[in-house]
Write a protein that binds this ligand. Structure first.
Ligand SMILES: [Zn+2]
Length: 321
C-alpha cells in the first residue's frame, strides 16, 4: 500500500476536522471489499476496526493536535505523553503541536501495523507547528513507512510551510450545503437555526456558530434608534468579527444586494446603510480589517469596542438630517 499524504484545507467550523476523522475511520474499517482510498472508503460502523476507532483505542490510529485544541476536542491526550506534556504546553501556550508530539508519532509510525491494515496518522492543524516540529515531520513525509496514511488539515493554507505542503496532495474542503448545515444545527438543538445558518455562513460545526449574533442584533436595533447604550458582552475579537460581518452586509445593501449574514434585518440595514459616502465605508472596512490582523489590542478591551461602535454610528448617521 502506498498512500500519498493528504492536506485538507478549508474554513474553520465547516466540518473539516470531522471529515478528517471520517476519512481515518473509513480507512480503518475492516468490512470486506472496502476501497483503501481516503474519503472513498466508508466506515461500516459495526466491524471490530470501527468499534476500536469509536472507543478511541485503535492501535493503528494516532491523532495529533495542539494540547489546547485537544482539550477542547477531547482527543490526542496520550500523544502528549508523560514528558511531552510540559513541553507541549510551553509550545505557544498549547496552541502548537510540539516536537515531542511529533517524535512520539514518528516512533509509532515506524512500527508495523497491529491489525494488518493501514496505519493512519491524523495531524491537525498542519500550520500550528514551529520549525523543529515541522522539520521532524517532514522527514517522515519524505520517506513514509509502508502502509502509513497521513491525513492532515488546515484553515490557513498560506501558513503551512511550503516544504510540508509540497509533500501533500491538496484537497479543498467545501462548506456543508444548506440542508446539511441546517440539519446539524437542529441536531444540536440550536435556537433560531435559520438565522444562525446565515450568520455562520454554514460554519455550523464551530463550537458556537451563533457567536456575536445577539450582540450584533442589539447593536443594529440601537443604531436604528439612534441611541447606542449597550456595548459590553463581547471580547474585542468577537466584536471585530461581528462588525466585519455587519459592515459587509451594510455594503451589500448599499449596492442593492440582500444582506448575507443578517438576512432577517434587511429593512433596518437598508436605513442604516443609506448614509455616508462610499469612500468612507471603504475606509471603515479597511480599518476593521487592519485591526483584525493585529492580534493584541493596544487599548483597554472595552474602549476598543466602544471606539469602533462610535465610529460605525457616525458613519451610519453622517449625512442624515
Ligand atoms: Zn467497519
Amino acid at each position: 500500500m502506498d498512500f500519498p499524504a493528504t492536506l485538507l484545507h478549508g474554513s474553520r467550523g465547516t466540518g473539516l476536522w470531522e471529515s478528517l476523522l471520517e476519512a481515518a475511520a473509513g480507512l480503518l474499517c475492516e468490512a470486506p471489499g472496502r476501497a483503501l482510498v481516503p474519503w472513498q472508503a466508508r466506515a461500516c460502523g459495526v466491524c471490530a476496526g470501527c468499534h476500536l476507532v469509536r472507543a478511541g483505542t485503535h492501535p493503528d490510529l494516532r491523532v495529533v493536535v495542539p494540547p489546547a485544541l485537544g482539550a477542547e476536542l477531547g482527543v490526542g491526550a496520550e500523544e502528549a505523553g508523560e514528558g511531552g506534556q510540559g513541553e507541549a504546553r510551553s509550545a505557544a501556550g498549547g496552541r502548537e503541536i510540539g516536537i515531542e508530539q511529533v517524535r512520539t508519532l514518528i516512533d509509532w509510525a515506524q512500527g508495523t501495523s497491529h491489525r494488518g491494515g493501514p496505519k493512519v496518522a491524523v495531524v491537525h492543524p498542519l500550520d500550528a507547528m514551529a520549525a523543529p516540529a515541522a522539520n521532524a515531520l517532514l522527514k517522515v513525509l519524505e520517506e513514509p513507512p509502508a502502509s502509513l496514511c497521513f491525513l492532515t488539515g488546515t484553515h490557513q493554507l498560506d501558513r503551512v510551510l511550503p516544504t510540508l505542503r509540497s509533500r501533500c496532495r491538496l484537497r479543498a474542503w467545501a462548506r456543508p450545503d444548506p440542508q446539511t448545515a441546517l440539519a446539524e444545527l437542529q441536531r444540536r438543538g440550536q435556537a433560531d437555526a435559520q438565522a444562525v445558518l446565515h450568520w455562520s455562513r454554514r460554519a455550523v460545526f464551530d463550537a458556537d456558530p451563533a457567536r456575536g449574533l445577539e450582540w450584533t442584533r442589539r447593536l443594529v436595533q440601537q443604531l436604528a434608534a439612534g441611541r447606542v447604550t449597550q456595548l459590553d458582552g463581547v471580547t474585542p475579537a468577537q466584536a471585530l468579527e461581528s462588525l466585519q460581518k455587519l459592515t459587509l452586509d451594510l455594503v451589500r445593501v448599499r449596492s442593492g444586494l440582500a444582506p448575507s449574514y443578517l438576512a432577517e434585518l434587511d429593512a433596518p440595514l437598508r436605513r442604516l446603510a443609506g448614509q455616508g459616502d462610499t469612500g468612507a465605508w471603504l475606509q471603515w472596512w479597511q480599518r476593521l480589517a487592519q485591526a483584525a490582523r493585529t492580534p493584541d489590542f493596544p487599548v483597554h478591551a472595552g474602549l476598543a469596542v466602544q471606539a469602533w461602535v462610535v465610529e460605525l454610528q457616525q458613519l451610519c448617521t453622517s449625512g442624515a438630517n
